[in-house]
Design a protein around this ligand. Structure first.
Ligand code: C5P
Length: 233
């Protein structure tokens, strides 16, 4: 059994749950084992931003996964509104105008802007279908360059892209990877996966894990096993 006292801010648990009550119960169940949480599109329309404030008051790190994508003026104002929540991280899509607007909108709030390079559900065929005449790897590299130029704080990427990205960015640039599974774990709809330890070894600064923890019969045990896999890496 992993050491109960071990907790690690690099593990963000994705609270992809049907309502705030379920999310609150999950956070209570995970207790001191988990200090960082991601609140995404499923909870945001149900009071997820306010819930993020509650998590901050409880001393947690909060990642609001809005994945903003709109005209610059709107993204700037939306980002400014979101700074009121006191969260740590906000996602926007990695197009130059959107990233620049979010950086303007966060001003000196301390909110870190994370750019989603290419959704991990997209493959080369899907990009072609959308009218992009490139492949996932090239588009990720292109968008990472633009993210660095735009002055965002980091990117969201597949753990398999993290190693390449790490060679292209400033030292303190954040790389957050979903698509993390324990050895032998159920992949679900994730295709490009790595273990927690390997994601961090590849250059990720943080990992996001959802269903392997929130759908486990014992979520706390599942989180502690992931923390043990990370160890001191
Ligand atoms: O698969 P898991 O439940 O661990 O997903 C955690 C997070 O990863 C989700 O909140 C979602 O934002 C993201 N995700 C992804 N690609 C997928 C499925 C989920 O990046 N194919």
């Amino acid at each position: 059994m992993p050491n109960m006292s071990v907790s690690d801010p690099r593990l963000y648990v994705a609270l992809d749950l049907p309502d705030i009550e379920s999310a609150r119960a999950m956070v209570a169940m995970l207790g001191d084992a988990v200090v960082s949480y991601k609140v995404g599109l499923q909870l945001l329309p149900l009071g997820g931003t306010e819930f993020g404030r509650e998590l901050k008051r409880a001393g947690k790190n909060v990642f609001l996964d809005f994945k903003l994508h709109d005209i610059g003026a709107t993204v700037e104002k939306a980002t400014r509104s979101i700074t009121e929540a006191g969260a740590d991280l906000l996602t926007v899509h990695a197009t130059p105008d959107v990233m620049a607007a979010a950086v303007r909108g966060r001003r000196d709030s301390g909110l870190k802007i994370m750019a989603v390079t290419v959704l991990t559900s997209l493959d080369d065929n899907a990009l072609l279908e959308m009218g992009y005449f490139t492949n996932v790897e090239e588009l990720v590299i292109h968008r990472v360059r633009q993210a660095v130029d735009a002055g965002v704080d980091g990117v969201i990427s597949s753990p398999l892209e993290a190693e390449k990205i790490r060679t292209m960015v400033p030292r303190d640039f954040l790389i957050i990877t979903p698509g993390v599974r324990m050895p032998g774990g159920d992949k679900g709809d994730q295709t490009r996966i790595a273990t927690p330890k390997d994601a961090l070894k590849n250059g990720a600064s943080h990992i996001v894990v959802g269903r392997p923890i929130t759908q486990a019969s014992d979520p706390c045990k599942a989180a502690l096993e992931i923390l043990a896999n990370i160890g001191n890496s």
